[in-house]
Design a protein around this ligand. Structure first.
Ligand SMILES: Nc1ncnc2c1ncn2[C@@H]1O[C@H](COP(=O)(O)OP(=O)(O)OP(=O)(O)O)[C@@H](O)[C@H]1O
Length: 248
């Protein structure tokens, strides 16, 4: 397990990130000057009450959404300052996403879904690379199937293979176990853990589940758009205890 010291370089660093959404009563702040790093080769979980801004934070960190103010540094690239065209290139080549609902394309086979990021990068799709990604998630024998022919847990593994094939600098996962039963959820967490420990990847994940968060190296707690706590090398019990404090 990596040491999470302050000198460990973050894959993504947020600096004083703020974001509001408009409402009839005026702008509603959702993120308030959030400063936070996602350390390289570590799994970071973001937790907090419903509406505390977790998805907004993840989307800003991943360049899917723009903060009103502040910086989002992926290496030396400030995503908050990028234009749409540049952001699209960065998202395709340097960032991976895993969603609660898998977001696979139903008309494509498993192989074609996993090959898609390489096609979008307009590179040559090497069959061996796609099959290696499928091997990493234990699904090389399902390459010819369509997503609907797989279980939820298998579909999420395909979604993870689809992110790994492009070798991103960081993988963002929003409730990756949220639609799965406990056993499949545990397998997905083992897989995400493996991509950090064996493949040396960086993962940032939003979750409500203390058992999933306990697989992380660090848990960051959000409340009302602010970072209110941090727990390194968490256990499920310690996470649940912290959550009950912030949710009171
Ligand atoms: N596009 C939007 N327009 C207006 N308000 C939004 C928008 N997206 C999110 N919000 C509001 O911002 C707040 C934070 O939303 P966000 O989804 O980031 O929270 P969350 O912590 O991920 O919540 P949950 O755990 O319920 O998914 C909520 O009050 C939400 O209603």
């Amino acid at each position: 397990m990596p040491l999470l010291t302050d000198i460990q370089l973050p894959a993504v660093q947020l600096a004083a990130v703020s974001k509001s959404y408009p409402s009839s009563a005026g702008p509603v702040p959702v993120l308030r000057e959030v400063s936070l790093g996602f350390p390289q080769r570590a799994l970071t979980a973001v937790m907090g009450p419903s509406g505390s801004g977790k998805t907004t934070l993840l989307n800003c960190a991943a360049g899917l959404d723009k903060p009103d103010t502040g910086k989002v540094l992926l290496g030396e690239t400030d995503l908050a300052a990028c234009g749409e065209r540049e952001l699209t290139v960065v998202r395709r080549s340097r960032i991976g996403f895993v969603f609660q609902q898998f977001n696979l394309l139903p008309m494509l086979t498993v192989y074609e879904n996993v090959a898609l990021p390489l096609r979008l990068q307009r590179g040559r799709v090497r069959r061996e690379r796609v099959m290696e990604a499928l091997r990493q998630v234990g699904l090389e024998d399902k390459a010819g199937r369509r997503p609907a022919q797989l279980s939820g847990g298998q579909q999420q593994r395909v979604a993870i293979a689809r992110t790994l094939v492009a070798e991103p600098e960081i993988v963002f996962a929003d409730e990756p176990t949220g639609s799965l039963d406990r056993k499949s959820g545990r397998q997905i967490m083992e897989l995400l853990r493996d991509t950090v420990d064996r493949a040396g990847r960086t993962v940032a994940m939003v979750t409500h589940d203390p058992a999933a968060a306990a697989c992380a190296d660090r848990v960051v707690f959000l409340s009302d758009g602010q970072v209110v706590g941090r727990l390194d090398h968490p256990t499920a019990e310690a996470v649940a205890r912290q959550l009950s404090l912030w949710e009171r």
